[in-house]
Design a protein around this ligand. Structure first.
Ligand SMILES: Nc1ncnc2c1ncn2[C@@H]1O[C@H](COP(=O)(O)OP(=O)(O)OP(=O)(O)O)[C@@H](O)[C@H]1O
Length: 349
């Protein structure tokens, strides 16, 4: 089965978010209104039973994309479609209806759970808000147990009356996931769901999400700065740099045969055990590209990565590269693309 065979749940098309910058005294004298170009022209598709990873370094705009998709931020431009229908909601009943179908999981489970309330309270509230608590106390109890079983917190009675501080980080994140499942959503937006957990328990939480994807046929957006975990966990991987998408395709291809110079830099900075045999092939830093991500108030023209790119050509600083489709060997790497002038027909590589 190829990626495109499964049902589309959520799509972003041309999604853009610019945050206004507060004006200083000197700026008041000019008419110029500065903005942070946090996210520009994002195109992505979440499908049933698939995990899509959005990978990039800190500040590349990943969380902003998740918050836009969750309708927690208004967008500057672009479209969000749920099952093909454009949606813009600004709170109220429509927002609750949208949340029922698209749920978000945050990075810090401790901050996202109220320390003064028990697991029972958090989950009961989620079930009630989404009209899934049942008609009787016994039904509610059965639904609460079911949620905890789904996230493998067993036996459920041991956890229901615990407060967040009585749980480990991994258990707290499982409660956050159970709360999201209380809405019976079709899509989960998981913003760095394991980055605050001990390394030893990260895999367990990722395996749980993968199990839920399969059993509940969920569409999952997995946001991470760790490209090696995207290879392990995601079906498709999209790479962001300075607010723009630079590469995408099936995870195995993007992580094992990266095309964009930024993706290569990202992978070489975080070696994957399976690639250790190729460590000797890595180029020294000055040949891989160095430096810092740019200011998003005045981002570079053309390709935003060009000031750091060792392959930069004159065109890269003036013209924004479109997505170039890359040749496929078979079905598995069809749909691999890179927004880089190196892949324009006839470009010298
Ligand atoms: N509310 C806001 N107001 C102004 N600028 C913002 C706001 N939220 C985010 N930004 C800016 O937008 C850019 C993208 O931020 P975002 O948090 O989406 O990146 P990220 O890739 O998720 O980073 P991290 O992994 O550190 O969370 C950053 O330059 C950030 O400073």
């Amino acid at each position: 089965m190829t990626v495109t065979d499964t049902e589309v749940v959520l799509e972003a098309d041309g999604l853009t978010k610019h945050f206004p910058v507060r004006r200083g005294v000197r700026d008041l004298l000019t008419r110029e209104r500065k903005v942070v170009h946090a996210v520009d022209d994002i195109r992505l598709t979440l499908r049933r039973g698939r995990v899509t990873a959005l990978v990039g370094e800190s500040g590349s705009g990943k969380s902003t994309v998740a918050r836009l998709l969750a309708q927690l931020y208004g967008r500057t431009s672009g479209d969000i479609r749920l099952h093909g229908d454009s949606v813009t909601v600004k709170g109220g009943r429509k927002f609750r209806a949208y949340c029922r179908r698209v749920q978000m999981i945050f990075q810090d489970p401790f901050a996202s759970l109220n320390p003064t309330h028990t697991v029972r309270y958090h989950l009961t509230r989620a079930l009630k808000i989404h009209g899934r608590s049942g008609d009787t106390a016994a039904e509610l109890e059965a639904n609460l147990r079911d949620l905890l079983l789904r996230v493998q917190l067993t036996p459920p009675e041991r956890y229901l009356d615990k407060f967040p501080h009585e749980l480990s980080g991994g258990q707290r994140q499982r409660v956050s996931i159970a709360r999201a499942l209380g809405a019976d959503p079709e899509a989960l937006l998981a913003d760095e769901p394991v980055s605050m957990l001990d390394v030893s328990i990260r895999l367990g939480v990722l395996n749980l999400l993968r199990d839920l994807k399969e059993r509940l046929n969920l569409a999952i957006l997995y946001i991470t700065h760790d490209i090696a975990s995207a290879r392990y966990f995601a079906d498709e991987t999209l790479v962001m740099y300075a607010g723009r998408m630079v590469e995408g395709g099936d995870s195995e291809t993007v992580t094992q045969n990266p095309a964009h110079p930024y993706t290569r830099l990202l992978i070489e900075s975080a070696p994957d055990p399976d690639r250790l045999d190729r460590v000797g092939d890595l180029q020294p830093p000055e040949e891989r590209g160095t430096g810092e991500p740019p200011s998003l108030i005045a981002p570079p023209t053309g390709c935003r990565f060009h000031p750091r790119c060792v392959h930069a050509m004159p065109k890269c600083s003036t013209d924004l590269p479109p997505r170039f489709e890359l040749p496929a060997n078979d079905d598995s790497n069809r749909g691999h693309w890179a927004a880089c002038w190196l892949y324009e027909e006839g470009a010298a590589k």
